[in-house]
Design a protein around this ligand. Structure first.
Ligand SMILES: NC(=O)c1ccc[n+]([C@@H]2O[C@H](COP(=O)([O-])OP(=O)(O)OC[C@H]3O[C@@H](n4cnc5c(N)ncnc54)[C@H](OP(=O)(O)O)[C@@H]3O)[C@@H](O)[C@H]2O)c1
Length: 286
């Protein structure tokens, strides 16, 4: 029995490694969802390239993972908003067979659109859209040549309709979802799986630092990052174009899109965000 279940585990993970291994690269891996992706992918036997700006956090995650799992970890401290980010990543990974790419990093300004400077909004586009598109283009082309691989682009329920108070953030999440869903079909015949992870509120350090006031609101509770990652990876393995992690999130999206007009949806999203943050909020993750 024990031997049987052991063999089963090995064959399951070797299927995963054959499709998505031996290396995974996570852009935005130093905490929250990125850290949870790192842990789960190491558990599945993939070697990791971890990218974020805070090297100390990356080193800590790397140490912890290498203690628990027999995988290699490369820490690559890098600002994904820097103009040479593709060159740096290309040169550090040119000898690695990267079979899985996750773009998790994002800037998420909260508050009225005009509460933030134009400079901030341009940084948001650069990190959330140009960064994810540039690296997706790079890894998609390589995976297409090898006829295997997987890509997960993080998106958000804020990108499913206009989302006042999260206006620009929501717009960038619509961008990544749209890109992933289109590539899902384009890449299907090349055996490259592409999934948009359309997450709802998730208890990451970034989300918690925005100090949402949500105790009297009827809305799904923030999920744990590990649960979101579990949904995302299961969706990728099933080659789904999009995954909405969590039953409550799925139901609320179905409700919003089946029973409300687009005007009503935008107004509802706006009033929930207004109650959570108020329009004077001027918050952005560091
Ligand atoms: N949290 C939520 O409630 C929620 C809900 C829906 C969707 N999402 C999506 O999930 C993803 C993660 O969201 P999160 O806000 O919760 O953040 P997080 O998982 O807590 O962390 C974001 C990661 O990106 C890295 N990062 C940020 N800017 C970077 C830059 N310029 N260069 C390199 N790395 C950078 C951060 O590390 P450093 O600071 O060390 O660079 C951090 O590791 C985002 O794509 C977001 O849209 C989140």
């Amino acid at each position: 029995m024990l031997v049987g279940s052991g063999i089963c585990m090995i064959s399951k993970s070797s299927t995963f490694i054959n499709q998505y291994g031996p290396w995974a690269l996570i852009a935005g891996a130093s905490e929250g969802l990125g850290e949870a992706f790192a842990e789960e992918l190491a558990k599945k036997g993939l070697n990791l390239v971890l990218i974020a700006r805070r090297e100390k956090l990356l080193q800590k995650i790397s140490k912890n993972i290498q203690k628990k799992y027999r995988v290699e970890v490369i820490v690559l401290p890098l600002d994904l908003n820097s103009s040479d980010m593709l060159e740096v990543i290309e040169s550090r990974t040119k000898d690695l067979d990267v079979g899985l790419f996750v773009y998790n990093a994002a800037l998420s300004p909260i508050g009225l659109f005009t509460n933030h400077s134009l400079e901030t909004h341009l940084k948001v586009i650069n990190l959330n859209c140009i960064g994810s598109m540039t690296l997706t283009y790079h890894f998609c082309s390589k995976m297409k040549e090898k006829s295997r691989g997987g890509i997960i682009l993080m998106s958000s329920m804020a990108g499913l309709q206009g989302s006042p108070i999260h206006a620009h953030y929501g717009a960038t999440r619509a961008y990544t979802r749209h890109l992933a869903e289109s590539l899902w079909l384009e890449m299907k015949d090349f055996n490259v799986h592409v999934t948009a992870c359309v997450a709802g509120a998730t208890a990451t350090p970034n989300y918690l630092s925005s100090e949402p006031i949500d105790k009297d609101l009827i809305k799904p509770k923030p999920m744990k990052p590990e649960r979101v990652v579990d949904f995302a990876l299961k969706g990728l393995v099933k080659n789904k174009p999009r995954v909405i992690p969590g039953f409550a999130n799925k139901i609320s999206v179905r409700f919003l899109h089946s029973f409300l007009s687009s005007k009503e949806r935008i107004k509802l999203m706006g009033s929930v965000a207004q109650k959570m943050y108020g329009e004077n909020k001027n918050h952005i993750n560091k």
